[in-house]
Every structure is written in structure tokens, then in C-alpha cells.
Design a binder for this molecule. Structure first.
Ligand code: AP5
Length: 221
């Protein structure tokens, strides 16, 4: 049975940053529902067109569309040994659909780490985030700026600001998180899968805490 990690946490808590680091160590893919939607958007697919208005407002894309897209992705052969889920599930309906899918395959969730950060920190981080349009590397103008302004250190690509990273939309994303996603904290707590991680430490410290929690969960497993 593989390792299935469900990264929980508000927007900007560092789920994507941490998932990218875990990929190298665990040898399993990182599946981000937000990245999948942004890919559809940039390709101009029907799904992308449908998701666009929700994403721009900081609201959730409807469950049926989201569940189909993510289940399709995790059904590919590269996820047979496990997966790091980032941004999915985000509602109880999505969490139940994931459980059903995993059960059918004889898999189950290993751990659901909740990366905790304050609302002020979310606002500060997201309005200063920049992303490489070529390789997807993530920077922060305050905490982790690129060496040359607007240019990716990794591949030299142009950096851009996500459309939903403006203060008004970030506030609405946080509202959506509290309203629709926070019930998942209880859902995973009841299944003894929830581990709280202090997300206001350095990237390295958060990574170490995550590593330890995952190791312990696998040993218990
Ligand atoms: P999505 O792309 O999933 O956005 P999100 O959950 O709001 O998460 P973010 O990507 O903003 O943050 P993150 O936690 O990954 O933080 P990051 O590592 O980048 O979703 C976007 C939209 O798509 C949604 O609003 C919705 O419309 C739709 N959607 C997606 N999934 C859906 C679903 N399941 N159902 C329905 N709709 C869905 O870090 C943030 C910044 O902080 C970066 O600049 C980084 O460099 C910096 N940083 C990270 N860690 C640290 C640290 N320890 N110290 C200092 N800075 C740090």
C-alpha cells in the first residue's frame, strides 16, 4: 500500500512549497488541484473556462468538476505507490469521494498534516508571492526573493503574480476556507489522521516537522 498524504491548511500556508520538497524524498507525485485548474485555464479547455470565474472570486469550483478532475489524475500509474495531495479535498463531499476511491484501490490516507498560519501571515505571504511562468518555482518578495527581480533563479523564466493573490481575493479565499474547508479538520481528527504543524517557522523547520510526522505515521501504519 502506498503513502497518501493530504496536506491541509489555509491558502498561503505553504502546502505547495512543502509538497515540492517532499516529492524528492518520498518519490511519489505532488497533485495540486489548484495547479490542475491553472493548467486547464492556460490551455483554454472547457473545464478551465468553467473554473475561471470561481477562481477569480476566491470561491470553490463545484465538487463534481473538481472530484472528476482529481480522481482522473490520481488514477494514473505514477500514483500507484502513493501521492501528495495539495488543495484537495476542500469539502466534506470531496473528502468522502477520495475515501471511496482509495478504498476501491485498497489504499488509505496515511496522514493529514494541517499547516497552521495566522490570517495576517496569509495576507502578507500571498500578496508577496511570485511564480515562474515556465517551471512553476514559487518565490516570495519578503521571505525568499529571486536573485534578479522578476527572473526565476532556476530556469530564467519570467515571474508573475497570480490573479487571485490580490488583498481582496485573498480575504475571500480565507473566508471560503473557514466556511467550507475547515470542517475537514474535524473529519480527519476523528479518523486519527490529523497532525498539526506550526507553519510559521522557516521552510526548513516546517519541512523537518512534516518529515517526522510522516515517518511516525508510516511506522504506525
Ligand atoms: P490553490 O492553488 O489550491 O490555492 P490555495 O489553497 O489558496 O493555496 P496556495 O497555492 O495559495 O498556497 P500554498 O499553501 O500552496 O502556499 P505556497 O507554498 O504557495 O487554489 C486556487 C483556487 O483554485 C481556489 O481558490 C479554488 O477556486 C480552486 N480550487 C483549487 N482546489 C480546489 C478544490 N479542491 N475544490 C474546489 N476548488 C478548488 O506559499 C505561499 C507563499 O508563502 C509563497 O510566496 C512562499 O514562498 C511563501 N512561504 C511558504 N512557506 C513559507 C515559510 N515557512 N515562511 C515564509 N514564507 C513561506
Amino acid at each position: 500500500m502506498g503513502t497518501v498524504i493530504v496536506l491541509l491548511g489555509p491558502p498561503g500556508s505553504g502546502k505547495g512549497t512543502q509538497a515540492k520538497r517532499l516529492v524528492e524524498e518520498l518519490g511519489i507525485p505532488h497533485v495540486s488541484s489548484g495547479d490542475l485548474f491553472r493548467h486547464h485555464l492556460s490551455e483554454g479547455t472547457e473545464l478551465g473556462k468553467r473554473a475561471k470565474s470561481y477562481m477569480e472570486k476566491g470561491e470553490l469550483v463545484p465538487d463534481d468538476v473538481t472530484v472528476d478532475m482529481v480522481i482522473d489524475r490520481i488514477s494514473r500509474p505514477d500514483c500507484e505507490e502513493g501521492v501528495i495531495l495539495d488543495g484537495f479535498p476542500r469539502t466534506l463531499t470531496q473528502a468522502e469521494a477520495l475515501d471511496e476511491e482509495l478504498e476501491e484501490r485498497g489504499q488509505s490516507i496515511t496522514i493529514a498534516p494541517l499547516i497552521q498560519v495566522s490570517d495576517d501571515e496569509v495576507m502578507r505571504r500571498l500578496t508577496a508571492r511570485r511564480v515562474c511562468e515556465d517551471c512553476g518555482a514559487v518565490y516570495n518578495l519578503i521571505f525568499n526573493p529571486p536573485e534578479e527581480e522578476g527572473v526565476c533563479d532556476v530556469c530564467g523564466g519570467d515571474l508573475y503574480q497570480r490573479e487571485d493573490d490580490n488583498p481582496e481575493t485573498v480575504r475571500h479565499r480565507l473566508y471560503t476556507y473557514y466556511k467550507e474547508t475547515s470542517p475537514l479538520i474535524g473529519y480527519y481528527f476523528a479518523r486519527d489522521l490529523l497532525v498539526r504543524i506550526d507553519g510559521e517557522q522557516t521552510v526548513e523547520e516546517v519541512h523537518q516537522d512534516l518529515q517526522e510526522a510522516i515517518k511516525a505515521a508510516k511506522e504506525q501504519g
